[in-house]
Design a protein around this ligand. Structure first.
Ligand SMILES: [Zn+2]
Length: 128
């Protein structure tokens, strides 16, 4: 069963949704449903307790690099390897992660609180 409800979106976003749905050959509803399912999975994955393995990518402005390092050092028990790169004016940390999903969730939320920092955790092998 499907439920219909109205939401308000900026015109520019609606145009992007329409362009993408045409490009992919699916309806606007199907595209929004796919995007919402992915976003919900991304946001709830670590809330379900398990041992999680994945890749962490953190991009920061150079002046934020030290604060990123402090957070990553705090969670070094779940970082198997970690490399630091420079791309233009940005620092890029790439880490191979293995650990309790709750601890990884805490690490991600601490990284997200830092200004001028973007992070993405990609789980690739979960043991539940
Ligand atoms: Zn996982």
């Amino acid at each position: 069963m499907k439920r219909r409800f109205g939401i308000s979106l900026p015109e520019e976003l609606v145009e992007k949704i329409d362009d993408l749905s045409k490009h992919l050959g699916i309806s606007r509803s199907e595209l929004i449903q796919d995007i919402l399912m992915e976003a919900i999975e991304d946001r709830t994955h670590l809330m379900t307790h398990h041992t999680c393995r994945g890749i962490l990518v953190v991009v920061s402005q150079r002046e934020s690099g030290e604060r990123v390092s402090k957070v990553l050092e705090k969670y070094s028990d779940c970082l198997i390897t970690r490399t630091h790169h420079h791309a233009g004016e940005s620092c890029v940390e790439i880490g191979l992660v293995e650990g309790d999903s709750g601890i990884i969730l805490k690490m991600e939320s601490e990284l997200r609180k830092l200004k001028g920092v973007g992070e993405k955790y990609l789980p690739f092998w979960c043991v539940r």
